[in-house]
Design a protein around this ligand. Structure first.
Ligand SMILES: Nc1ncnc2c1ncn2[C@@H]1O[C@H](COP(=O)(O)OP(=O)(O)OP(=O)(O)O)[C@@H](O)[C@H]1O
Ligand SMILES: [Mg+2]
Length: 350
């Protein structure tokens, strides 16, 4: 594993890191490599381009950025505010997130107070109020924002980030430009991880990188965190180490089970399933890995794949409803085995 002294001297070569190079303490890599400028944000190119245009023109509308966790929403808003306000950032930005009290009183006092405050800004710029994780604000507090947003719009603009835009009340949505962020693609996560691994001198194998991508499911924060945990725990990024850290069933084991189902070998499939269960993985972990593996197995015919996903989907639903027993999974495996047996049993036309 790279020592922290060595890593801090090699870091920042390719990507801008948020901390000075001579820092001796080890920051979480998600913070160390949080992009500082819009150009460094990976993925969602069209949306980020729109933000860049806003940063250049300076006339920022109220915005809502929505999307799943760890894909760059908060980072984008911070980069945008920094690009718009430069040195005035400290004075002209009010940032409130779910860890701050954001009831009606705060909207009435703090937010309104900040909106009324006079700040000297570059020409054509406004103060920015960032309400991160806005889906956790109560509807009452959101209602209280309506007039404030209008009255002070000439001097203050709002930026909301949230996971579910439907938790933002309609009147606020209608006042904002809504930007949706989607999951990052495998290529995008790979590229960023490669940059970080290079900067931190990480030893890795290609299957280790693939495992990080597989487990992150398009969530950059998770990918970076898993990378750092694997390096901290093992010093080497291999697929085995990654799956130990992430603690989800190894896709190779699940793949063997799915293949056995495909070939109708129920004994082998059940044996594999029981091995996984014995390792202590929960039914949800097993069934979701089964789904993700099935999606990517290329030896399965299109028809079988669809049927497999259908069966796995129904079992997933039952598990989420509360029936998370081994028997439930065994039933699923049995039905999967049956899918490929049926053409032999029921010849067409009979
Ligand atoms: N698009 C991206 N490009 C580069 N780094 C990213 C990107 N998305 C996330 N990251 C990394 O993940 C970390 C978390 O990102 P961020 O705080 O923006 O997530 P978020 O979308 O706001 O998630 P949440 O919904 O959980 O608040 C960042 O510090 C950065 O290191
Ligand atoms: Mg966020």
């Amino acid at each position: 594993m790279a020592s922290s002294a060595a890593s801090s001297s090699t870091a920042n070569k390719k990507i801008i890191s948020a901390v000075p190079a001579n820092t001796t303490y080890e920051l979480p890599w998600v913070e160390k490599y949080r992009p500082l400028v819009l150009d460094d944000i990976v993925g969602n190119t069209e949306t980020v381009e729109r933000l860049k245009i806003i940063a250049k023109d300076g006339n920022m509308p109220h915005v809502i950025i929505s999307g799943m966790p760890g894909i760059g929403k908060t980072t984008s808003i911070l980069c945008l505010a920094r690009a718009l306000l430069g040195d005035a950032y400290k004075e002209a930005v009010l940032e409130l997130n779910a860890s701050d009290e954001r009831g009606i009183d705060v909207v009435r006092n703090r937010i309104k107070g900040f909106a009324q405050k006079k700040v000297t800004l570059p020409a054509g710029r406004q103060k920015i109020i960032i309400l991160d994780e806005a889906d956790s604000m109560t509807p009452g507090a959101q209602q209280a924002l309506r007039r404030t947003m209008e009255i002070y719009s000439s001097t203050t603009r709002f930026a909301f980030a949230c996971n579910q835009s439907n938790k933002i009340i309609e009147p606020l949505q209608s006042r904002c430009a809504i930007l949706r962020y989607s999951r990052l693609t495998e290529g995008q996560v790979t590229k960023r991880l490669m940059e970080i691994m290079q900067a931190e001198n990480v030893d890795f194998s290609p299957d280790g990188l693939a495992a990080l991508i597989f487990t992150a499911e398009g969530d950059m924060r998770q990918a970076i965190n898993n990378l750092q945990s694997t390096v901290a725990g093992f010093g080497f990024v291999s697929s085995d180490n990654v799956f130990k850290v992430v603690d989800t069933p190894h896709p190779i084991a699940v793949q063997t089970m799915i293949k056995a189902c495909y070939e109708g070998k129920i004994d082998v499939a059940l044996e594999k399933l029981e091995e996984l269960w014995a390792k202590g993985y929960s039914a949800v972990d097993i069934i979701s890995t089964m789904f993700r593996v099935t999606k990517t197995v290329d030896t399965l015919s299109e028809h079988s794949k669809l049927e497999f996903i259908r069966e796995i989907g129904f079992t997933h639903m039952r598990i989420l409803e509360g029936v998370s027993t081994l028997l439930q999974l065994r039933g699923c495996v049995a039905r999967l085995c049956k899918i490929n047996m049926s053409p032999k049993l029921f010849t067409p036309g009979k």
